[in-house]
Design a protein. Sequence first.
Length: 116
Amino acid sequence: MDDLEHLINTMDSARHQRFDLSRRLYGRYITTLRDKTLSGEVKRWVDGTIASLSGAHPEGRILAVIGASGTGKTWAIERAIDSIPGLKEAILCVTAPRPCPAGGRAPRLRRLDPGR
C-alpha cells in the first residue's frame, strides 16, 4: 500500500465524502456568465480579423484578457478558443512576464498548438 492509499483508507466517513466530492469536481469546469461574454468577444475578434485580412489593408488584431492570478483566465481562454474550429492552430499566445514593466523584458511567445 502506498502513502496516498494509506491516507485515503484512514479517513473517517465525513472526510472520505469530502474527498470523493473533491475528486469528482477536480478537473471540471463550471461555466459562468464571464465565459459566455469571453466566448462572444473571441468570436467578434475572429470575425473582425477575418474581415480585415480579406480587405485591401489587412490589420492585425489583439485580444487581451487581464485579471488577478488564479481567477481562471487561462481555462476560460482555452475553452473559448476550443469552441472555434481551427482557431487554436491559427493564433499566437503571448504571456507577459511578471512584473511587466514598460520597456522591460520581451514577453514569452508560444503557439497554443505545440505540434505546429
